[in-house]
Ligand binder design. Structure first.
Ligand SMILES: C[S@@+](CC[C@H](N)C(=O)[O-])C[C@H]1O[C@@H](n2cnc3c(N)ncnc32)[C@H](O)[C@@H]1O
Length: 314
């Protein structure tokens, strides 16, 4: 089944429930799929590298994969141990056999993450069985948490919505430096209700101006550095409000409307943004491209994103 894989290939782990979407996206950006199994897409490393952009419906990816033939479980363990200290098993085929290989190798500590702590120092490789006698492996998985499962020790008391986990993920995993830069700075939280993001921004010491048509939870309005205004984020006039250092938006709106909003604030010199692009049934790839055309920006798929992706300019 996997006979046609090139010497070096890349394996993409689709975001759960977005397998068909990823198939469509890969076709759109010109990355042919060589093999596919459940959530895993095998593509050539060259095609992945030369694509005009990275796909957004990918939770993790494993570049520069190779094939290893092995006569026995013990030999597979021996060989893997010479290449990396720890291994994560991506179950593909022969699940039990893969688990047996894993059982003989040092374990990756599966711990929920604490927010804002330095990255865990546990390098690892990923492998999956292709058949009884061969496996693929990657020594440089993109995510430093196996499979990009960014699960936190949650704060179930204060934040009024689970949306706060998206910002924890941005600040703890993807942009730790941004959290440090925001202390003492004025930031806008657009579409802030019920207040999960404002809560996180307040905790990192930012001066938060929260805008929403709906009211904030009072646990958040009570915070001394959160200033709430009950109004539409789209009606804000830059000249009549303090200029924010950064804008955060989790507004439910069409991607095109969000893009116009971002352009309005970029035009007056705002340089830092973290915005959720929320899609309707169809992914609006035209607007995705427009966001990515903004120099220095990136779209990432958060573990806690739903039918959405996160655009960051920092
Ligand atoms: C997903 S919720 C935001 C959750 C929030 N980030 C949190 O952490 O609790 C989306 C919000 O966008 C708000 N919204 C929709 N249209 C808006 C507008 N024109 N101006 C401001 N907020 C808007 C909705 O009222 C809703 O509260």
């Amino acid at each position: 089944m996997f006979a046609s894989l090139p010497a070096s290939f890349c394996v993409l782990l689709a975001k759960k429930d977005f397998v068909d979407e990823l198939s469509r996206e890969l076709a759109l950006i010109g990355i042919p799929v060589l093999q596919k199994s459940d959530l895993l897409f095998f593509v050539s490393q060259n095609d992945f590298n030369s694509a005009r952009r990275r796909p957004i419906w990918v939770q993790d990816f494993w570049p520069d994969c190779r094939i290893l033939e092995f006569p026995s479980i013990a030999k597979a363990q021996q060989k893997l141990q010479t290449m990396a200290k720890r291994w994560a098993h991506a179950s593909l085929h022969c699940h039990r056999r893969g688990e047996l290989i894993c059982e003989g190798l040092p374990r990756i500590k599966k711990k929920r993450l604490e927010p804002f702590l330095p990255r865990p120092d546990q390098s690892f490789g990923v492998f999956g069985l292709i058949d009884e006698k061969s496996l693929f492996y990657c020594l440089t998985p993109h995510s430093f948490i196996p499979f990009g499962y960014h699960e936190f020790v949650e704060d179930k008391k204060t934040p009024p919505s689970r949306a706060y986990l998206k910002l924890w993920e941005v600040f703890s995993i993807h942009r730790p430096h941004l959290a440090r830069e925001l202390a003492g700075k004025t930031v806008f939280d657009l579409g802030a209700c019920p207040g999960g993001w404002s809560y996180v921004l307040s905790r990192i010491g930012a001066e938060v101006f929260a805008f929403d048509k709906a009211p904030l939870d009072e646990r958040v309005t009570q915070l001394s550095n959160v200033h709430y205004r009950q109004e539409s984020a789209f009606g804000l006039v830059p000249s009549s409000v303090p200029k924010p250092f950064a804008i955060f938006s989790d507004i439910i709106c069409y991607p095109t409307r969000l893009f116009d909003l971002v352009e309005k604030w970029r035009a007056v010199g705002v340089e830092h943004f973290v915005c959720t692009i929320k899609f309707q049934k169809e992914t609006d790839y035209e607007t995705v491209e427009k966001f990515l055309a903004i120099p220095g920006s990136e779209i990432i798929q958060l573990y806690h994103n739903k039918h959405e992706a996160t655009w960051i300019l920092d």
